[in-house]
Design a binder for this molecule. Structure first.
Ligand SMILES: Nc1nc2c(ncn2[C@@H]2O[C@H](COP(=O)(O)OP(=O)(O)O)[C@@H](O)[C@H]2O)c(=O)[nH]1
Ligand SMILES: [Mg+2]
Length: 202
C-alpha cells in the first residue's frame, strides 16, 4: 500500500496564468463539479483533515493546486465547474480554457479521476469532462462521491447508473472500459482502492 509521508501544497496556478509548472514527477488530477468533494477526497488520500480547503460554498476554487506527495508525485486539484451562481460566461470560458490547457500541456499527467455525485445522473458538464479525458487519450477513472449518503443496498445500482449515463451521453467514450469507484469522505470507503490505482502507475 502506498504510504503518505510528506504533503506540500507547492504550486497554485490561477485562471490568468498560462504557463504550468515544469517538472517530471507523475501527476494524478481530480476533476468534477464544484462541491462534488474533490478537496475532501484529496485530504482523505493525504490523511489530512483540512489541508486542501473544503468549502460549504461551491465555486470558490478557480485555481489549479499541486499537492506534492512524498517528494515523488503530485495530486492536482482542478477547478470545479458547473456551479450556476458562479456561471458568468467569461468565468465559464476561462474555466474551460484552463482545463483544456492543463490536459493538453501537462507532460507528466498519468491519470485523471472524474468525480461525480453517486446520487445523481452525471450532468452535461460531467459528460464533457469525460469526453475531454477520453479525447486526450486517458482512461477515465470515475469516483462516485458521497457514498455514505446512500444505503448499502443502493450502492451497486447507483454505480451502474453513473456508468450508464456517462456511456449513453458520451460522444467519444461509449465503449471505453469504465472503472467506477464509490468513495465516502465520511467513512473513507474507497480510499485504499484509489491509492492502489495511483500506486499502479509506479
Ligand atoms: N456526506 C458527505 N459529504 C461530503 C463528502 N465529500 C464532500 N462532502 C461535503 O461536500 C461539501 C463540498 O466538499 P469539497 O470537498 O469542498 O468539494 P469540492 O468543491 O469538490 O472541493 C463539503 O460540505 C463537504 O463536507 C462525502 O463523501 N460525504
Ligand atoms: Mg475544492
Amino acid at each position: 500500500m502506498l504510504t503518505i509521508k510528506t504533503v506540500n501544497l507547492e504550486t497554485v496556478v490561477g485562471v490568468t496564468t498560462k504557463k504550468l509548472p515544469y517538472h517530471t514527477w507523475p501527476e494524478f488530477a481530480f476533476a468534477g463539479k464544484s462541491n462534488v468533494g474533490k478537496s475532501t477526497l484529496i485530504n482523505a488520500l493525504m490523511n489530512r483533515k483540512s489541508y486542501a480547503r473544503v468549502s460549504e460554498k461551491p465555486g470558490k476554487t478557480q485555481t489549479i493546486n499541486y499537492y506534492c506527495i512524498n517528494d515523488a508525485f503530485y495530486l492536482v486539484d482542478l477547478p470545479g465547474y458547473g456551479y450556476a451562481k458562479a456561471a458568468r460566461a467569461d468565468i465559464k470560458a476561462q474555466w474551460g480554457t484552463m482545463i483544456e490547457n492543463y490536459l493538453h500541456t501537462s507532460g507528466s499527467l498519468q491519470a485523471i479521476f472524474l468525480l461525480v455525485d453517486i446520487r445523481h445522473d452525471p450532468s452535461d458538464n460531467d459528460v464533457q469532462m469525460y469526453d475531454w479525458i477520453v479525447h486526450n487519450g486517458f482512461v477515465p477513472i470515475i469516483i462516485a462521491t458521497k457514498a455514505d449518503k446512500l444505503k448499502r443496498s443502493q450502492l451497486a445500482g447507483a454505480v451502474k447508473n453513473v456508468e450508464k449515463v456517462l456511456r449513453e451521453k458520451s460522444l467519444e467514450g461509449g465503449d471505453v472500459t469504465l472503472r467506477v469507484i464509490p468513495f465516502s469522505g465520511v467513512t473513507k470507503a474507497g480510499r485504499d482502492e484509489i491509492l492502489s490505482v495511483i500506486a499502479g502507475y509506479f
